[in-house]
Design a protein around this ligand. Sequence first.
Ligand SMILES: Cc1cc2nc3c(=O)[nH]c(=O)nc-3n(C[C@H](O)[C@H](O)[C@H](O)COP(=O)(O)OP(=O)(O)OC[C@H]3O[C@@H](n4cnc5c(N)ncnc54)[C@H](O)[C@@H]3O)c2cc1C
Ligand code: SF4
Ligand code: SF4
Length: 374
Amino acid sequence: MALEKPQWKELFTEVVTSGLCTGCAACVVACPHDVLDYESTGGVYKPWHLDIDGGREDCTHGVKGCTMCTRACPRFRNWESEIDQHRFARERTEDEVFGIGDVLLARSTDVSLVENGQDGGFVTTLLVYALENDVIDAALVSALEGDGTTWRAQPRVARTRQDVLETAKSRYTYSANLLAYPQAVETGAERIALVGMGCMASAPGAMQTRKAGKIARRLSLTVGLLCSKTFDDAIFEELFESQYGLSRANIVKMNIKGVFQIWTRDGGYHEVPLKEAHAYTREGCTSCPDFAAEHADLSAGGIGAFNDWTLVIVRTDLGRDLMTTLKEKGLIETRPGDDDPGAVALLHKLAQVSRKRWPATATPGPRRLPVRGS
Ligand SMILES: Cc1cc2nc3c(=O)[nH]c(=O)nc-3n(C[C@H](O)[C@H](O)[C@H](O)COP(=O)(O)OP(=O)(O)OC[C@H]3O[C@@H](n4cnc5c(N)ncnc54)[C@H](O)[C@@H]3O)c2cc1C
Ligand code: SF4
Ligand code: SF4
């Protein structure tokens, strides 16, 4: 019997059209034949296959043996335990509901980076250090288009401190940062950091586990962002503007801390209840089981009692080494996760909530461990 070589045909039925696809774009950037494109208009964030090469549902290169898209996809088949095994040399225990790693709190020692960042400016500090000290050549991050007044998030390559500062803070609409990968490579980057939520942060691990070639080697540092969901762009007009009179052009910063916090250019501060926002949840998030970016080197989030600190989960040896270096060089200060037991409890709770979203009809994956309280 011939060995199975899963290709686009299998990805299309098992992930893209089954409700598991997050729109992370890993398949698109890994495809060596450029026959995958990416839809990011009208609230759709999905890959699609060019008709000339096998039609929407099949791929002529796949028929001949190319399997790159399924190797790259962080939602294909037994992705979670495969990547756990590869990254951590073991599967997680029942207690490791937010993945393998140690929790601590971190904050930049540069006050301007804290003020410019979303929480403790930790991600900014890490990227600036890595770019300026020959750890990476480029980072795939998210920027706002144009002057920022449309609040449309888009993938961007950051190469300098200035690029990192300009792309700090969080946008709560989707930005498939991996799509900036070809641009980073065109300009000669060989060691590339990826910043992204769990859906994207599992992609480098999937590619490395399944030996997806150069892209797997180049994505050498993964910085994950904790994430419950992203929202459709329609939330700006239909909720913020029409219900609260907050036009997108007037918004300067947003955060989510139990409520949508919105700061405006006139110095105003507004809160929008999260329950009113749920109707705008992006489709790709509805089956996502990963709150804590479980396969990143370091995962960063804003939950907890201390607003200007970033909660960090240190997961890999690379992540541990970078934390040690940032601390030794006086670039960050840290405190133990135990300083904020409420944050750690919330981390457990939100991770459990996300895991329950993985459909029972899909491969056991995230549901193979009993979810406490279900
Ligand atoms: C969509 C989204 C949902 C989140 N949900 C939660 C949550 O539920 N709970 C929680 O604790 N934390 C959540 N976070 C993480 C939190 O908002 C901060 O990103 C994190 O605490 C790091 O803060 P910082 O000050 O260290 O980051 P900064 O130094 O400000 O750096 C932030 C980095 O995130 C990148 N980024 C911004 N927006 C996006 C985007 N839409 N897509 C991809 N990359 C982006 C930026 O380009 C930058 O590199 C979420 C983040 C995002 C983007
Ligand atoms: S989850 Fe990502 S890699 Fe998988 S099919 Fe969707 S866009 Fe492609
Ligand atoms: S919930 Fe967050 S991590 Fe999951 S698919 Fe949506 S954006 Fe990605």
